[in-house]
Design a protein around this ligand. Structure first.
Ligand code: RRO
Length: 313
């Protein structure tokens, strides 16, 4: 029997602002560990980037268990930003991750503008594998989701401006779908130097166990992710891309197949992240990448980047 070689797409690269990524698909923060955890399943050097779980200037223990719970077509989480802190991560996780040949995007978080500045400063002189910082302004699991930076255009802009100055790296702002001010927040972060907006973080949710009458998650409420939120993410990407066509968007939310990635790009995303799907299948991110590229081949699309914003109507 003869096997036919899979035809490769002519140009798999995409641009996110000034940054050229080798492919359009990357991991989503919080779903691929802090380092090279997925390397035994996926050649990480084929991905657009590996986005690591959010790190703060100091170690942080996270929320009480249970931290995850199944939801219809998705899951609810309240991990609570557990992490070793930027300095320990640089020592203990980054070398192994960089050795895989992956491009790395570091997600950072803080409770104040000053916290973000310190975390960004700790990235100075990092391994050149680190190509960008994703500023997490939208975790729903901090202080009960009451103080999201991404719900306030002015404060979100202030954080981004600090991180741009302190890190010297391209800065992506990860925004929240849980606000009517999304377009204004995206405009604010763009005007303060963000190279891209990552859309969207999880949707605030709550599950209650009727038997105990208590929330199923240790911290109470949580963030909903997975296919359940894909139309919300696609809507947000389209809304921001339409309002701010010069601000690159990285689309995330329920992407589990190559066609889902195509949809996200047609809505306006320059690149796509795969998150919750990786919990069910650690090879999901590569499956999505290969699905996207073979879709392009089948449909006569020679440049993956040409899908961005190419929705009709
Ligand atoms: O750690 C978390 O609980 C968490 C984070 Br940092 C985030 O950005 N989004 C989310 O759903 N969970």
């Amino acid at each position: 029997m003869r096997f036919r070689r899979r035809r490769a797409v002519e140009d798999p690269t995409v641009r996110v602002g000034g940054l050229l990524l080798r492919s359009a698909v990357m991991t989503a923060s919080g779903t691929a560990g802090h380092g090279a955890e997925l390397a035994r399943y996926v050649d990480l050097s084929r991905l657009g980037a590996v986005v690591v779980k959010s790190l703060s200037a100091e170690p942080w223990p996270g929320n009480p268990a249970p931290r995850v719970h199944p939801a219809p077509a998705g899951m609810l989480n309240s991990v609570g930003l557990q992490g070793p802190g930027v300095r320990a991560w640089r020592r203990e996780s980054l070398p192994e991750l960089a050795a895989t040949g992956a491009s790395v995007v570091v997600s950072i978080w803080g409770r104040s503008v000053e916290d973000y500045r310190r975390a960004a400063q700790q990235l100075a002189g990092c391994d050149p594998a680190v190509v960008a910082v994703e500023v997490n302004l939208s975790c729903p699991n901090l202080d009960g989701g009451t103080h999201l930076f991404a719900h306030d255009p002015a404060v979100a802009g202030d954080v981004v401006a600090e991180v741009v100055e302190a890190s010297g790296l391209p800065v992506w702002a990860k925004l929240s779908p849980n606000t009517e001010h999304l377009v204004a927040v995206a405009g604010a972060v763009a005007s303060r130097g963000a190279s891209a907006a990552t859309l969207v973080n999880t949707v605030m949710g709550l599950s209650i166990d009727p038997a105990t009458r208590r929330p199923v998650l240790g911290a109470g409420a949580g963030g909903l992710s997975g296919p359940a939120i894909r139309p919300i993410a696609v809507r947000a990407v389209h809304q921001v891309h339409t309002a701010h066509p010069d601000l690159p968007v990285v689309g995330v939310g329920g992407v589990a197949t190559g066609e889902d990635a195509v949809e996200m790009m047609l809505a306006g995303a320059s690149a796509v992240q795969v998150g919750t799907a990786s919990f069910a299948d650690p090879r999901a991110v590569l499956r999505v990448l290969e699905g996207l590229e073979s879709w392009c081949v089948r449909h006569g699309v020679s440049r993956v980047g040409s899908l961005t914003g190419a929705m009709l109507g």
